[in-house]
Structure formats: structure tokens, C-alpha cells
Design a protein around this ligand. Structure first.
Ligand SMILES: *Cc1c(COP(=O)(O)O)cnc(C)c1O
Length: 367
């Protein structure tokens, strides 16, 4: 069986270093908001090229706290792609603001910059972009619109740690950015974790308080904050794994490149990587399309190849968003009906990628 992702193997590569880092955390006797988180925040800000980083409990909280810090709430609108993971949209709803769905480009799977302006109203406060599957969005036209209409640009980088757009890392392409360190992400903790990166000091200080009961100083509360802190334990592990992120992404790139060069089957559409100078895909997922996905997936399962679907149901068809169930987002629906994610990870062996490509080349419409 070729697994979709072997998380245990990914982490066990660093067993010794992780164990050592956890040991020094244990020896410190300090469990919440201490040296580990502080050091990781510094290192991750430096990695992304931003002035500041704030560790939080997960990616959803990172998104939600950014929206809150910008004062976006009741009566406000936030533009968001119609084909994202539900967390992006839940973060807007959690602040009682209204998500405005914009269709993606079929080729890049990312929000279509040409469809944003028609959705901007006097209530629009922000554009929330998602660097889906690890590919940075086409940011120049999006940032130009944000400047024109005085909107915040918030990046959802949960799938794109280390991806680059025109020589800048994601996390530093808008006003503020959210990351998730959920175990399966390109930079994953041994549990839940998240971070916010940004350059604005005032918002940074506010977010730092918001994640910790709205407090800068123990028992003094400036805001009605929340408890959403990155644990020292996870920061101790993330510090180790951050050192290997670029190397890991490079392995992902070589697997993706192998797939793209070697899968030749008219029934299968390969992911399109925009040829922008200085653009570097983080390949969180390698997503192909087929108009008979169920057939293709069971064909691959029979060949011992595990695949997943990201995602089977678009946000506007979810029960949680009943009010949208009758709306139509045809590109998003097409994507959700056709996508299939192939195995890809920093521990995947090239001989397994060869087998996956061979199987896909053998695939015919009838099994
Ligand atoms: C994983 C993910 C999130 C949420 O992160 P959590 O840490 O699980 O809360 C948000 N947006 C996208 C696009 C994701 O893939």
C-alpha cells in the first residue's frame, strides 16, 4: 500500500532532536507562554520575512483573531474564495461578519482576481485569500484592489508554509496572515497549533493580548479576549521541524515534478503551475482532476494507492450554510466533483511516485 501521507515516519525522522527539545522543555518546568513559544515566534517571523509572529492554538483561531483585531464584525463583508476549506469561512462567521464567496480560477484553484471587484460593496472590509494546496495566489492584482478600495488583505497560509510569490514568502504578502500547524500540514506539530504573521506593531500588540484573555499584564484585561495560545510543548517541536521545512518542501517539489513530467493520460488533468518568476509552490497537495473521479479513485485503491478528496462538498452546499444551498458556484462545484489528491510528502520515495504515475497512465474509463 502506498499511503497518502505517513505522519509517523515524517516525525520519526527527527525523533532524537524532538525528544531532546521536549526534554529541555520538561526540564524548564514552564508550560504556557515561555521561552519555547517566544523563540519559535521569532524564528517563524524571520522565516516568513515579517516583523512579528504570534503563536495561537490553531489555524481557525489565527484567522478569526485577525478579523477581530481589524475590528471587522456585524454588518461587514469579507471576500473569500468559494472553494476553500471550511475554516476560512467559519472564521468570518465567528465574528458575525458576512462571507462573500468569489469563484476560483479553474486552472490554479485559487481565487480569481478578475471576479473580486464586482463583489466589493461599501460594506466590504477585507479580502481573505487562501493559498490553496500550497500555491500562492496571484497577489499583485488583489493587493491593487485592496489599495483602491481601502481593504485589508488577510492570507490563509494553512496549506502553504514556505511558498513564495515574487521572491516574498506567503505570510508576508498582505496585511496579516494565518498559519495552521495541524499535524498533516507542511509544518505540523504533534497536535493543534497555529500562528499569525504581520508587520503592523499596533495590531501585533493587540493580537498578543487577545490570544491571552485580552491581557498584557497578569490580571489586567484590556480586551474581552480569548484563550488561544500555542503550547510550549508544541513550540519546542515546531522549532525543530522549522529547520527542515525548506528541505521538506524541496522533496515535495521533486515528487510533484515527477508526477507532472510522467503522467500522460487524456482522462486526467494535472495541476497547472503558473509560470510567474520567483513563484515557488509548497505542494501541500498534488491535486488532479478527472470527470469520473469515483471510478479513478477505486481503480487506484485496487492498485494499492491511497488517495483523498480535498474537498468533497463545497462550503455553499454544507448544512452549516443552509442559506447558501440554492446558490450556484459552478466552477467551485466542478472542482469539488472532480478533484483527487495523490500521495505526496517529504517521506515519499521516488519509486512509489513512479508506481503512482504508472498506474495513472494505465487508467482507462472502464475498470
Ligand atoms: C487546515 C486549514 C485551516 C484550519 O487550521 P486548523 O489548525 O485545523 O484550525 C484553515 N484553512 C485552511 C485552508 C486549512 O487547510
Amino acid at each position: 500500500m502506498i499511503p497518502f501521507l505517513d505522519l509517523k515516519e515524517i516525525n520519526m525522522r527527527h525523533e532524537e532532536e524532538i525528544t531532546q527539545s521536549i526534554k529541555s522543555f520538561l526540564d524548564s518546568g514552564w508550560y504556557i507562554l515561555g521561552k519555547q513559544v517566544e523563540e519559535f515566534e521569532k524564528q517563524f517571523a524571520q522565516y516568513c520575512g515579517t516583523k512579528f509572529c504570534i503563536g495561537v492554538a490553531n489555524g481557525l483561531d489565527a484567522l478569526s483573531l485577525i478579523i477581530r483585531a481589524y475590528g471587522i464584525g456585524e454588518g461587514d463583508e469579507v471576500i473569500v474564495p468559494s472553494n476553500t476549506y471550511i475554516a476560512t469561512i467559519l472564521a468570518i462567521s465567528a465574528n458575525h461578519a458576512f462571507p462573500i464567496l468569489v469563484e476560483p480560477e479553474l486552472l490554479s484553484y485559487n481565487i480569481d482576481p478578475n471576479k473580486i471587484e464586482e463583489k466589493i460593496t461599501p460594506k466590504t472590509k477585507a479580502i481573505m485569500v487562501v493559498h490553496l494546496y500550497g500555491q500562492a495566489c496571484n497577489m499583485d492584482p488583489i493587493n491593487a484592489l485592496a489599495t483602491k478600495y481601502n481593504l485589508k488583505v488577510i492570507e490563509d497560509c494553512a496549506q502553504a508554509h514556505g511558498a513564495i510569490y515574487k521572491e516574498k514568502k506567503v505570510g508576508n504578502l498582505g496585511d496579516a496572515a494565518a498559519f495552521s500547524f495541524y499535524p498533516g500540514k507542511n509544518l505540523g506539530a504533534l497536535g493543534d497549533g497555529g500562528a499569525i504573521t504581520l508587520n503592523d506593531e499596533e495590531i501585533y500588540l493587540q493580537l498578543k493580548a487577545l490570544r491571552n484573555y485580552g491581557s498584557h499584564k497578569k490580571y489586567e484585561n484590556l480586551y474581552k479576549g480569548v484563550n488561544s495560545r500555542l503550547d510550549e510543548l508544541h513550540a519546542a517541536v515546531l522549532k525543530v521541524k522549522l529547520k527542515y521545512l525548506d528541505e521538506d518542501n524541496q522533496i515535495r517539489r521533486s515528487i510533484a515534478e515527477y508526477y507532472s513530467d510522467n503522467i500522460h493520460n487524456p482522462l486526467i488533468i494535472l495541476p497547472n503551475v503558473e509560470q510567474v518568476d520567483g513563484l515557488s509552490h509548497a505542494w501541500h497537495l498534488y491535486v488532479i482532476r478527472s470527470n469520473n473521479r469515483a471510478n479513478l479513485q477505486s481503480f487506484l485503491t485496487n492498485k494499492g494507492i491511497q488517495t483523498l478528496i480535498h474537498y468533497p462538498i463545497p462550503p455553499h452546499k454544507q448544512q452549516a450554510y443552509k442559506e447558501w444551498n440554492n446558490e450556484e458556484y459552478p466552477i467551485s462545484e466542478k472542482i469539488h466533483n472532480e478533484v483527487l489528491s495523490l500521495p505526496i510528502s517529504p517521506v515519499m520515495r521516488l519509486e512509489d511516485a513512479v508506481k503512482v504515475a504508472e498506474a495513472l497512465n494505465e487508467y482507462k474509463e472502464t475498470v
